[in-house]
Design a protein around this ligand. Structure first.
Ligand SMILES: NC(=O)c1ccc[n+]([C@@H]2O[C@H](COP(=O)([O-])OP(=O)(O)OC[C@H]3O[C@@H](n4cnc5c(N)ncnc54)[C@H](O)[C@@H]3O)[C@@H](O)[C@H]2O)c1
Length: 334
């Protein structure tokens, strides 16, 4: 029998890429998407996916009544749903607590009370570990989140592991580094650099641009999630990383070079509070245990990504008009 999925947050960047990846790999998969249509959501992210392959339901993961009916007919729940913009979490943490903590807990509670055997994958982030000056975090390192966003994500991970330990739920947590690729919301670093450079607007970089992030192409992340879904152990956490550690300034300069735009577009702006200097994950566990490794080379994937935004102007122009992107709460980068 084909597997039936509830994919929460499926209208967002990674969720929509995951649905496309999953349906390409497994044409028989049956997908129900639940999304509240919050900031990062976009129905146009499902473009190119045959609408016979999924059902979309607008709803909130905090609404236990709807979740209860939705999980009646699913084998697995993959929780991508979250408020995800760190700057927004600094301006107002409550929506982050609500969706990221209460939402995850609601899903766990409904599954526990259903007495069904449902596989639950929680999509977590490297930001939960906090910054690391040297070396890389392994899965059982202490969590030291710095922002309200990462605190909410760390908290959800802990509920997930607790639900496995206490109620024996079939729950696995993934923690991935920074993703890039098509369909990423324009508030995020890489699409922001591409679109602003295209429009010849200043490209804002926090502080001196020396913060280091480890970048992974979104399809590599999607493949890792599939491996975890198939073979990941319940009650376990899997770090996912490609090992492309780069300073933000280097990433921005690379994009400007690919677009033939001048470096003078870069504008250093006041750093955000609690800005972690470096994230780094050791992903040996998923590589050795589940046989995953990244397929995409950073530079090729970055070129593909830049080209995607340049040839999909209709996608991002509509967002600029509809979502007031330049009005991000922490800084106005006009
Ligand atoms: N983008 C990254 O680099 C990255 C890295 C590691 C982990 N993650 C995690 O991956 C997941 C997806 O991230 P993304 O970058 O695609 O974010 P995104 O903001 O593009 O998408 C999140 C989606 O969740 C939906 N959502 C938010 N609250 C909801 C709620 N209460 N009920 C239902 N839907 C809700 C939003 O409408 C949106 O469509 C998040 O959990 C994030 O923490 C992201």
């Amino acid at each position: 029998m084909s597997m039936r999925f509830l994919i929460t947050g499926g209208l967002g960047f990674i969720g929509s890429n995951f649905i496309r990846y999953l349906l390409n790999k497994n044409k028989d998969a049956r997908v129900t998407i639940l999304d509240k249509i919050s900031q990062g959501a976009n129905l146009d992210n499902l473009q190119g996916i045959d609408d016979e392959n999924y059902i979309f339901i607008k709803g909130d993961i905090c609404d236990s009544k709807s979740i209860k009916s939705l999980i009646e007919n699913v084998d697995a729940v993959i929780n991508f749903a979250a408020e995800t913009h760190v700057d927004r979490s600094i301006a107002d943490p409550w929506p982050f607590f609500k969706s990221n903590v209460e939402g995850a807990l609601t899903l766990l509670e409904v599954i526990r009370n259903s007495n069904k055997s449902i596989r639950f994958i929680q999509i977590g982030t490297d930001e939960s570990y906090g910054e690391i000056k040297e070396g890389s975090f392994i899965e059982n390192n202490m969590l030291k989140p710095s922002s309200p966003y990462s605190a909410s994500k760390a908290s959800a991970d802990m509920f997930c592991i607790a639900y496995h330990n206490t109620y024996d739920l079939d729950v696995t947590v993934t923690r991935c580094t920074n993703n890039f690729g098509p369909f990423q919301f324009l508030e995020k670093f890489i699409p922001k650099v591409i679109v602003r450079a295209y429009l010849d607007l200043k490209v804002p970089i926090y502080g001196s641009g020396s913060n280091i992030r480890d970048w992974i192409y979104v399809n590599d992340h999607c493949e890792a999630i599939c491996k975890v879904l198939e073979k990941g152990r319940a009650g376990h956490i899997y770090n996912i990383a490609s090992g492309n550690e780069l300073e933000n300034i280097k990433v921005a300069e690379n994009i400007l070079r690919l677009m033939n735009k001048p470096k003078s577009l870069i504008e250093f702006v006041e750093d955000r509070p609690g800005h972690d200097l470096r994230y780094s994950l050791d992903s040996s566990k998923i590589r050795s245990e589940l046989g995953w490794k990244p397929k995409y080379k950073f530079q090729e994937a970055m070129e593909e990504t830049v080209n995607w935004y340049l040839s999909n102007e209709h996608w991002w122009k509509k967002l600029l008009d509809e979502k007031n992107i330049h009005q991000t709460p922490w800084k106005l980068h006009q």
